[in-house]
Design a protein around this ligand. Sequence first.
Ligand code: GMT
Length: 389
Amino acid sequence: MNVGITCYPTYGGSGIVATELSQCLAQRGHRVHIISSSMPSRLLELGERIFFHEVEAMAYPLFEYVPYDLALATKMVEVIKRENLDLLHVHYAIPHAISGYLAREMIHPRWVPVITTLHGTDITLVGRDHSYLPVTQFGLRQSDGVTAVSHFLKEATLEEFCSECDIRVIPNFVDVDRMQRRFSPEIHRRFAPRGEKILVHLSNFRPVKRVDDVVRVFHRVQQQIPAVLLMIGDGVERSNAQYLASELGIGDSVFFVGMVDAIENYLSVCDVMLLPSETESFGLAALEAMACGVPVVATRVGGVPELIQEGETGLLHPVGDVAGMAQAAVSLLAEDRLRQLRINCRERSLEYSAQHVAPLYEAYYRETIEKGVRSVRTRGNSGTVGVTR
Ligand code: GMT
């Protein structure tokens, strides 16, 4: 197949999933065209079957905001026509589903299906805001296929956005060959020279991640056992978290390493991940940690309980339960328990391997194309309607 993929290129779960999927599809023989504002941060390299098309959105003094969604739709049309795409797959509904819809209408009477993958905050946070809700609903209804990364997200979407939408759950996945525990004594020594336990948090440091809670949980843990905290990623809440760590007198034990390329090298030296989010539709960072044998202390929100099995691969607590999460982390860090948890985590992550999940997307692509071709035929090539149950 010849597939167009659109995503946010920045450090965030939806962009990571889209990029990993692109690489996977290319390895499986498809031609993949990434259409985005810049090269996705996780894209390791372009290859024979993977191409990048940059969206150039012209600024003009009249525009207070550059109309990126229109420039994206225009680029989509250009790529569909020039590269003869079979399908457009957009990640994160806002505004990508709308740009995809516009592109599909602009190429009429030709037709390519648009599949929208919902990642979480496009429904649970941003999409829910009245300034975006009707247009997000419209984008979903007009998509030829909609997928969600967890059952939680599917149900939330059906309930609040589109009760008649037919949504396929295709979970997030991880490249289990790349993401695996390869312990580096050098990296371990750099952060834990006295053999301290290493707790880790990995995110885009948005308010929804409750990064302050990470620091507060760690503060309690290190009062009980020698430990350090590795903060991987970057975002608006980083400086607040840094300030809090120094206020609590633990600044020297908290390492903010920013965005790093090979996160598996860092995760491989860690003992427990902290993910105290307000909401989390899936929790890709948790899956990546698990693939590297790291159990997770998280909040019991959204799709997290679908991934993390209580007591087997981690422990879950209510949002804001700093004391509970600290106790949970201490209990997981007991050496005997940790050994078994590491094995469980790795085993669980194998159920979410790219080898398992990429074929689900492929099958869905084929189904959607086939369904669309049929519907175009029956409607005399007059375009498609949105997918309904
Ligand atoms: O972080 C966001 O605001 C959006 C998105 C992203 O791009 O990181 O995160 C969501 O998508 C990830 C990939 O599917 C999921 O693993 C995250 O759970 C989800 N974030 C939230 O629901 C907060």
